[in-house]
Write a protein that binds this ligand. Structure first.
Ligand code: HEM
Length: 493
């Protein structure tokens, strides 16, 4: 203990930082959580909301109400961690419990998953978590050779459609991507294309099921519903799960047939019952992977469009020269050689991580440290990280608010990967059965690189505009023009 200026004793953390009370408060019960919710969704936006609390309290660790708040949530009170250092407490399974924290302060009705709790809602101390995570590693490893060809099939078809439509006007990317992302993910994991087996409505069935889980986090469903009505509709009571039951049944049949051999592996190699394996396979494919790609692709497109022709030219040069030297094929080795392409993907994930928030309950009384201060947290309190601020920490990233395409190129650039957190862990760490890091981490990075490579093998440049957010969750991107490549390097993989 040291004495402060006014003579009172000041406590220090084991690493020597002064321990202070966490600033901020939860306000008036009932009223403040509603007031905060409206600011989060409608008046300030997610970034504005977290920034304003950090600024007002002059601290990157702060108490606040996390929307959707009362009625849907058990308890909206959280401790927000908003800098690159304090955020890392959420990666330590010995410090945080992540049971039922996947969607934050509420849990969707379990009838959406046939009454089971999918892996993403399980804590590392639950035995089933470890068996399911091992199953996810098996799935990803056994299907890895299919990722490049299935991506090529789904996204070549998307770009064919863009080209066919663009002569008659701007083309929205998101609707097309919804279908391609679902076709790609199912084909990559199961070897079957849902739009061919179920029909063109397949991805809508998955989208409705996703909406019934995520509506408390969504906003701006359509411009035709005024926000006060939308707030009542989306953020106050769970929408009836039965709205998704018919579509889910169809998905269940599809996964049951197409996933037969994976389900056998799940039973024989990992001791999982068919029911648990089936509903987790549906969740991993249709939620974790599909919803991730549904949001991630528009984000990548947004930053590529924003960077403009100069960056496009550099990417064209890098991608085409590497592909030429790989006999005209995009391979895993070829992608690994594309330094600028790799950096662009990490930079987009740094600025706009597709899953913005992570949550966990303190397992014991603990101390959280920001760069200059330490804070005591009580056992059971909920900690909430907001990645977009943690990864724009000026103490770690120079010009943190700017898209710097080559930020992660070279040895110095690679050192910064330690602070890229989109997967619920540093980019330099790998997912294991003992942590809650995304098992799809390597696949996501691969798919991001594939997307950029395909785009610039096909086009010399393109223009697209960012036209607001869809459901407050993904940027709406609209293609204005594409300039086809002067030389065609690959026709089929
Ligand atoms: C752009 C795409 C993706 C993003 C942004 C993403 C992000 C994340 C994040 C942030 C988490 C941690 C959530 C939490 O506990 O707070 C997570 C967990 C998880 N992700 Fe991903 N993910 C993506 C794609 C995938 C893919 C392709 C798979 C394929 C299997 C996958 C499977 C999972 C699973 C099973 C978990 C739960 C892990 C556990 O409980 O230990 N994700 N993901």
């Amino acid at each position: 203990m040291a004495k402060t200026g006014n003579g009172t004793a000041e406590e220090h953390s084991p690493s020597g930082l002064p321990i202070k009370q966490i600033p901020g408060n939860y306000g008036i019960p009932v009223l403040s959580p509603i007031y905060d919710r409206l600011h989060y969704y409608y008046f300030q936006g997610h970034m504005g909301y977290f920034k304003s609390h950090a600024t007002k309290n002059n601290s990157t660790v702060v108490r606040l109400n996390m929307p959707p708040g009362i009625f849907i949530s058990r308890n909206p009170h959280v401790i927000a961690v908003l800098d690159a250092k304090s955020f890392r407490v959420l990666f330590d399974p010995s410090k945080v419990e992540k049971k039922n924290t996947f969607t934050g302060t509420y849990v969707p009705p379990l009838s959406l998953y046939s009454g089971l709790r999918p892996m993403a809602y399980l804590d590392t101390t639950e035995q089933l978590h470890s068996s399911l995570k091992s199953f996810s590693f098996h799935l990803l490893a056994s299907r890895k050779s299919q990722f490049i060809p299935t991506f090529h099939k789904a996204y070549s078809s998307l770009f064919d459609t863009v080209e066919a439509k663009i002569a008659s006007g701007p083309v929205e990317f998101n609707g097309l991507n919804q279908s391609s992302a679902f076709d790609f993910t199912c084909n990559a994991f199961l070897g079957a294309v849902p739009s061919e087996v179920i029909g063109p409505s397949a991805s809508n069935k998955a989208a409705i099921w996703l909406l019934l889980q995520l509506h408390p986090l969504a906003s701006r469903l359509t411009k035709f519903i005024p926000w006060p009505i939308e707030d009542l509709l989306l953020h106050c009571v769970p929408l009836p799960p039965c709205l998704a039951h018919g579509g889910y049944k169809t998905l269940e049949e599809f996964f049951s047939k197409a996933g037969e051999s994976l389900l056998e592996d799940a039973a024989n190699k990992f001791g999982l019952s068919r029911d648990v394996a089936l509903h987790n396979l549906i969740f991993m494919t249709s939620f974790n992977a599909n919803a991730g790609f549904k949001i991630f692709m528009p984000i990548l497109l947004k930053w590529l469009a924003h960077a403009g022709e100069t960056l496009h030219g550099k990417l064209v040069q890098e991608i085409r020269s590497v592909v030429k030297s790989s006999n005209g094929k995009i391979t895993l080795d070829a992608l690994e050689k594309m330094e600028l392409t790799k950096s662009v993907v990490w930079e987009a994930l740094r600025l706009d991580p597709p899953v913005e928030n992570q949550f966990g309950h303190a397992r014991t009384d603990l101390i959280i440290e920001s760069h200059d201060t330490a804070f005591r947290v009580k056992k059971g309190e909920m900690i909430c990280g907001y990645q977009p601020l943690a990864m724009r920490d000026e103490k770690v990233f120079k010009n943190a608010e700017q898209f710097v395409a080559d930020r992660f190129v070279g040895d110095q650039g690679k050192k910064l990967l330690e602070y890229v957190y989109w997967s619920n862990g540093p980019e330099t760490v790998s997912p294991t059965v003992g942590n809650k890091q995304c098992p799809g981490k390597d696949m996501v990075i691969l798919v991001g690189r594939l997307f950029v490579a395909h785009l610039f093998l096909r086009y010399d440049t393109f223009s697209a505009v960012h036209d607001g957010m869809l459901l407050g969750l993904e940027p709406r991107m609209v293609f204005k023009s594409v300039k086809k490549a002067s030389e065609v390097l690959i026709s089929d993989q």
